[in-house]
Write a protein that binds this ligand. Structure first.
Ligand SMILES: [Ca+2]
Ligand SMILES: [Ca+2]
Length: 384
């Protein structure tokens, strides 16, 4: 145990694969060693991993929390009932809060069981106020748990297994009040889930998914040029946008005209569409997508209009500027700052941890001053 922090505490060790066994023993190197308890499990411990860049946004399709559930809580504030955690609505007006004078076994928690059987869980999402109006009542940590059995607020703690502990006070995550998405290291099969919180905290929505979310991986290089198989320029592909800046140099067909540079770029109109500024490409059919590349001016002349936020979204439908917001699924938000990206105006590459099926993709811009000279989409990971 050399090098272990707090060596007298319980520690967990995992095997890389399961072994059949009729017994286990521990052999000591020294006769003075003492063990207070030896535990063995047939399953791995799972953990929640924050999906980098994936915060805010809307619920994705197939949110298992919207199936037929029976909710429970340690207690509920009278204006913040437990059914608010899976009512499809974000924001303070649709938030659960505990009644802090009434813990159950010293804890405050909220959760639900599915009325019809168990589900595999590969990802969860939760937050305090995804409308970003209230930044108080964020707990020091959320503890997310699951159980195989039907559960209520009276179910003993021993029946619950911990999926993950989310230490918000030390993670320094971007926008802690917003919804964040977490993937499980290993999926679990559950009949019920619950979240234990501090006494004065709040949750506006708890989402549960079977499929883990693809993760956004930024390639460290920049520049480079077109590669084989750019889906944005495949037969039938068509660019669309929230609107175009009134200049012939900045029209949305330039998003995929195959030419870099300011004269062949797109800048949004100053008016929002569906409350957003966005530009994208519809492929005309479903494709596997695994990489994106875009920049402000890959010819290295114009260096303005690059610093800002870029949210990557996709749709499994033939979506464009007229589609409702509900068809779009967020992959992540990439913030280009003067220091986060070398040469911020140049072409940069974003890879995904796994491929997605998509008929359309779009980039939602943080503000109307940003410019994209070319949006490229590939079905495989790429490098510059
Ligand atoms: Ca809600
Ligand atoms: Ca172009």
């Amino acid at each position: 145990m050399a090098g272990v922090v707090e060596p007298c505490k319980r520690h967990t060790f995992e095997l890389s694969k399961r072994i059949p066994a009729t017994g286990l023993r521990v052999v000591f190197a020294k006769p003075t060693t003492i063990i207070d308890e030896f535990e063995a499990y047939s399953r791995r411990y799972t953990q929640l991993r924050l999906v980098k860049f994936l915060y805010g946004g809307n619920p994705s399709p197939n949110n298992l929390a919207l199936l037929d559930t029976m909710n429970f809580a340690s207690s509920s504030h009278q204006e913040h009932p437990m059914d608010a955690i899976n009512d499809r609505n974000y924001g303070e007006g649709s938030t659960w809060r505990p009644n802090f004078t009434n813990p159950v076994r010293g804890q405050h928690f909220v959760g639900f069981q599915w009325r019809a059987g168990r589900h595999w869980i590969g990802a969860i999402a939760l937050g305090r106020d995804n409308k970003d109006e209230y930044r108080n009542r964020i707990p020091e940590k959320y503890v997310v748990q699951y159980t195989h059995v039907r559960a209520t607020q009276h179910t003993p703690d021993a029946v619950w297994g911990t999926i993950g502990v989310l230490p918000y006070e030390t993670w320094h995550m971007p926008h802690p009040t917003l919804r964040h998405v977490y993937n499980l290291e290993f999926p679990v099969r559950a009949r019920a889930v619950r979240v234990i919180v501090d006494s004065d905290s709040a949750i506006d929505e708890l989402e549960v998914y079977t499929e883990p979310f693809p993760e956004v991986i930024r390639f460290k290089g920049f520049g480079g040029t077109f590669q084989e198989g750019n889906l944005a320029r495949s037969a039938g592909a068509r660019a669309f946008a929230s609107g175009d800046f009134p200049s012939p140099s900045h029209q949305h067909p330039h998003l995929n005209d195959g030419i870099y540079g300011n004269e062949h770029s797109w800048i949004p109109a100053p008016q929002r569409r569906h409350g957003l500024y966005f530009g994208g490409v519809q492929f005309g059919k479903q494709e596997w997508v695994m990489a994106f590349a875009w920049g402000r001016d890959n010819t290295n002349k114009e260096r303005d209009r690059a610093i800002g936020s870029y949210t990557i979204q996709y749709s499994i439908q033939m979506a464009d500027e007229n589609s409702p917001e509900s068809v779009w699924i967020t992959l992540g938000t990439v913030d280009i700052t003067p220091t986060s990206f070398p040469e911020p105006h140049r072409r940069h590459i974003i890879n995904l941890s796994r491929a997605i099926r998509a008929s359309s993709v779009r980039i939602v811009l943080g503000d109307s001053t940003l410019c994209i000279d070319e949006l490229e989409v590939y079905g495989r990971r790429i490098m510059a």
